[in-house]
Design a binder for this molecule. Structure first.
Ligand code: UT7
Length: 332
């Protein structure tokens, strides 16, 4: 069967940099605490008026250019975000309109930190069964507009950043031994409250009310310790599923790209899997956690730096709100 390949990548990071020292001015936190607990030094914030769809659009242009295709060749869009421009519709259609594409389908994926791998898995199925031939997958987040910058929200506010990345997925050449080898997706909705935006909820009738602003339940909230310990267990499990499925060992992996949630999580995942940390691609120090966009941003950067070469085995893994977690093995 013909495998899917990622034929182009691109990222767009909004220019405004927010350092830990900037955050010290709005809440009781410190550069030392943030770096020690998460490895983050700075993150980027989009300006007011710029939405996830705008970040996605900019990254899409770069991926289209990198894949050396004309945008009119794109026959399907998949968009992953937890921070859409509007409650509905999702950003897929906005990207379609901004790119002035034909009336192709646009699917939105709501799987938070695992969103990119979930979306990749959908794209992979469509390409392999011949439904579509050039899929644009965008992952974009504008988190900065919905974080609590008071002391109450400091645990989450210091972690998240804005950014986007896109990839083009198309059928590979059947004569070449490369492409997406597998995707493995998992979830456990029993832990939804560990990382969520609690309101609006079914109890809210009407859906929106003034008290949901005053009680701060419109901000995301997290049980950081639970999320941390589950992430360090589930990402290695997902990677092992991929290795087993493809008859590979961890020694075969050239690059591991974990969702960039926390430098300590990435280090512990590496230790658990017994993969040298040099093989683990990490950039959280400069971007913070960009949720669905974090893996494709790291992938695009690693490609640009020449770290990932043709023939390398690239392993992706993610864990986040839901809980959802996932892995994908890609022969580059
Ligand atoms: O994208 C996927 C989802 N997200 C994650 O994977 C994140 C997972 N969790 C984490 O990365 C970590 O749990 C955090 C970085 C969020 C927190 O690190 P921690 O080592 O688990 O700290 P903690 O939550 O146990 O908090 C330790 C202390 C607390 O004070 P007390 O109760 O010990 O007095 C917090 O109130 O640190 C305090 N704290 C802060 N202090 C300064 C929490 N946030 C901050 C802050 N600045 N921003």
């Amino acid at each position: 069967m013909n495998r899917s390949i990622i034929s182009g990548t691109g990222r767009y990071i909004p220019p405004k940099i927010i350092t830990n020292f900037d955050l010290e001015k709005t809440m009781n936190t410190s550069d030392e605490w943030i770096q020690q607990r998460s490895g983050i030094k700075e993150r980027h914030y989009a300006e007011p008026g710029v939405g996830s769809s705008d970040l996605a659009y900019e990254s899409a242009l770069k991926a289209i250019d990198d894949a050396q295709i004309d945008k009119s060749e794109i026959d399907f869009i998949i968009a992953a975000t937890l921070s859409p421009d509007h409650y509905f519709p999702g950003i897929g259609v906005l990207v379609q309109a901004k790119l002035e594409l034909e009336n192709i389908g646009a699917l939105d994926v709501r799987n938070q930190c695992s969103g990119f791998i979930y979306a990749l898995s959908v794209a992979d199925q469509y390409i392999r069964n011949g439904t579509y031939h050039k899929i644009l997958l965008v992952a974009a987040e504008k988190q900065s507009a919905n974080l609590d910058y008071s002391d109450d929200g400091r645990d989450l506010a210091v972690l998240f950043g804005d950014g986007a990345a896109a990839v083009i997925i198309e059928p590979g050449n059947p004569d070449e031994d490369r492409g997406i080898l597998s995707t493995h997706l998992f979830s456990d909705g029993n832990y939804v409250e560990d990382l969520w935006m609690q309101r609006p909820s079914p109890k809210d009738h009407p859906v929106f009310s003034v008290d949901m602003v005053t009680d701060k339940k419109l901000f995301p909230s997290m049980n950081g310790r639970n999320v941390f310990k589950t992430a360090v267990a589930k990402m290695p499990e997902a990677v092992r599923s991929a290795l087993e499925h493809n008859n590979l060992t961890i020694e075969d992996v050239d690059h591991l790209i974990p969702h960039q949630a926390n430098e300590r999580i990435s280090q512990m995942v590496a230790r658990n899997l017994k993969i040298p940390v040099e093989k683990v691609i990490r950039n959280i120090d400069r971007y913070g956690n960009t949720t669905a966009a974090s893996i494709p941003i790291a992938l695009d950067e690693a490609l640009e730096q020449g770290r990932i070469k043709r023939g390398d085995l690239v392993m992706l893994t993610a864990f986040g709100s839901g809980y959802t977690w996932a892995s994908s093995a890609i022969k580059w």
